[in-house]
Design a protein around this ligand. Structure first.
Ligand SMILES: *Cc1c(COP(=O)(O)O)cnc(C)c1O
Length: 453
């Protein structure tokens, strides 16, 4: 399998090169040259299903037995025997719990695999990399946990000092591995992101440190997420509708890929919080940028959904030059419109979109608690609110639960009066020693820290 860039002018690469590269050299995102179709699979473990689905994507690069071993290792870290169990919520509506991984958010599904993939590829090439990343919460801890035992990877994660929750910070700073460093930057999340961008743009530094990233645009993350959509359709008789709490459009893009490969999925409901650029796009056929508002579901507080570019490329009949031009205009003018025929062909048959305010989020957490006794996290609640809007008799609805309620205990307690408890493996999180370094928002200081770590 070969991969092409959505902007059409980067080199065509194989799977391993795409995983290590992340972003293409023309600024685009890598997609497979063709979408394989997937025969229905009904038996086997979650890891076996994963290896089956990955097989056409890794062809010519990584053998299936190795991939199966990596998937088995990755999903052995999940605390539930089903890996991603499904629980009933109300008649016709169930929830898939994607949060049984080490750091309690769905990002573990992709990052536990990605860390192992990186290490495997780097070992074969006898290379080492330094991953640097900025986090506003969930991504940092999931990335750290995914690579903490990797021999060929060092990781440095920047977070805004005082601006991540205690649980999120401690999940990063209490990891005791020699290859892990966390840095509290005296600034905002945007400052952290700017520092990371500046390090990548500093060619000499990037090469000397062999910098790498594990962004949500990394193809292997999108690929890993395709698996649970197939898992859903082998456990619930389809066709089914699936609701996805969405930020960067990575998770729901994986759902679109699963459908495209033949999974019996009817609608994908894109659920946004107040940062609703996608919902507005689905309503108006035009994507327009506004500011970012902090909400109770912070992992969905985005300005632009970066993974949407992969769908846009398909909507443009895989014309990379056209996609690049459109995105340039989007950056210049803050707006991007698609034609009616593109919308009718690609969006209308598959996607539905809804938004939830913080008020809706709290009301949904409360209503689920009152009717079932179940505590759900604010991101999942945004999904449940949207799913209830679009549920139809006779078509099973599944909402993806993207975080454990104990990851966002304040919102859950505010809605229900009940404070969710951390699972056993994290019960002593607040007793563990923290290791972190506070640094000013200054590129030279941060680069010196990374170089001398
Ligand atoms: C990252 C995240 C999301 C958003 O996922 P995208 O792939 O960016 O759409 C939703 N919920 C939680 C809990 C997350 O951590």
């Amino acid at each position: 399998m070969k991969y092409v860039s959505t902007r059409g002018s980067a080199p065509v690469l194989g799977f391993s090169d795409v995983v290590l590269a992340g972003l293409a050299t023309d600024g685009g995102l890598y997609v497979p040259e063709t979408w394989p179709s997937m025969p229905a699979v009904s038996s086997g473990s979650y890891a076996e299903l994963a290896a089956n689905i990955f097989s056409p994507f890794i062809e010519g690069d990584i053998d299936n037995a190795t991939m199966l071993r990596l998937a088995q290792d990755a999903y052995a870290t999940f605390r539930h025997p089903d890996v991603v169990p499904i629980v009933d919520l109300e008649p016709g509506h169930s929830i898939m719990e994607l949060f049984h991984g080490p750091t309690l958010a769905f990002k573990d599904v992709a990052l536990q695999l990605l860390g192992r993939l990186f290490d495997h590829i780097l070992t074969a090439r006898n290379e080492k990399v330094t991953i640097v990343g900025a986090t506003s919460g969930d991504t940092g801890s999931a990335a750290i946990d995914g690579v903490k035992n990797c021999k060929n990877i060092d990781i440095v994660i920047l977070y805004p000092a005082g601006r991540v929750s205690d649980v999120q910070r401690r999940q990063m700073t209490t990891v005791d591995s020699p290859n892990v460093r966390t840095v509290a930057i005296e600034g905002t999340f945007d400052d952290c992101q700017d520092l990371v961008k500046a390090m990548f743009n500093h060619a000499e530094f990037r090469e000397a440190q062999n910098l790498s990233a594990v962004n949500s645009i990394n193809w292997a993350r999108v690929m890993a997420q395709v698996v649970y959509y197939f898992e859903a359709t082998r456990r619930i008789n389809g066709p089914i509708d699936i609701t996805v709490p969405t930020g960067n459009f990575g998770n729901v893009l994986s759902g679109w890929i699963a459908k495209n490969m033949g999974a019996p999925i009817r609608h994908l409901v894109v659920a946004s919080n107040q940062n609703d650029i996608l919902t507005r796009f689905f309503e108006s056929h035009s994507m327009t940028v506004t500011g970012v508002h902090p909400t109770l579901s912070p992992s969905m507080d985005i300005q632009v959904s970066s993974n949407f570019e992969r769908l846009l490329f398909e909507m443009n009949n895989r014309d990379g030059a056209m996609t690049a031009q459109q995105l340039q205009r989007f950056r210049d003018r803050g707006a991007l419109a698609v034609e009616q025929d593109q919308f009718d062909q690609w969006i209308a048959p598959t996607f539905r979109a809804a938004r939830a305010s913080d008020h809706d989020t709290l009301a949904t957490i409360r209503s689920v608690y009152e009717s079932t006794g179940m505590l759900i996290d604010p991101h999942t609640a945004v999904g449940v609110k949207a799913a209830r809007e679009f549920a139809e008799d006779g078509v099973p609805m599944l909402t993806l639960a993207t975080a454990h309620p104990a990851k966002f205990p304040d919102a859950v307690e505010r809605a229900t009066g009940e404070r969710p408890q951390l699972p056993a493996h994290l019960a002593d999180l607040f007793d563990r020693p923290e290791r972190t370094t506070q640094l000013p928002n200054d590129l030279a200081t941060v680069e010196a820290f990374v170089a001398n770590r």
